[in-house]
Design a protein around this ligand. Sequence first.
Ligand code: G3P
Length: 214
Amino acid sequence: MDLYIDTANLDEIKQANDLGVLDGVTTNPSLIAKEKTDYAKRLAEICKIVPGPVSAEVIALDYEGMMKEGHAHAKIADNIVVKLPCTVDGLRACKAFSDEGIKTNLTLCFQPLQALMVAKAGAYLVSPFIGRVDDIAEDGMDLILKIRQIYDNYGYETKLLAASIRHTKHLVECALAGADVATVPFNVIQQMLKHPLTDQGLEKFVADYKKAFG
Ligand code: G3P
């Protein structure tokens, strides 16, 4: 499973990248707004740190606007993936970008048929939002399982990117369900190597070594 970081914060991106296992970055307008910096400048800065795919979301809601913004984003760096919403205009823009050879990430996916449609339009990534589905008392993981099954039934090449991940249990379940990619906030990445028995075991190994060998 590929691991992306879901943030526009450069310190978090650098720290995650230094682990040596980061495959890409996803951003959205809310995440970049939090950084209080220029939108395009921040995307360029991220692309310089991480060579893998960096999702850059459009703000426009109409097809023409999405095409204009998407083309501008795509010029920032070779590893930009244009992020579009799962709407009618987003679907049309997805098909047009895909025909041009520009990669897309179709975001705000909340039901399996949106994932089916964007796969037919040639999306590179689809982003179902697990946490936000859980937030409304439904089952986010069920959405991942259904999309996985549909994509496998027909051999769609669109990568299933699990988004809106809130905790490590989501991440384990995504890996078991066969998500191609998980995009993860920095605080969850920090938890990925943690276990109290690892810490306790290590403490004992070091103490025993010191006792025996000084
Ligand atoms: O980047 C999109 C998604 O991961 C947002 O997550 O926590 O705002 O629902 P969240």
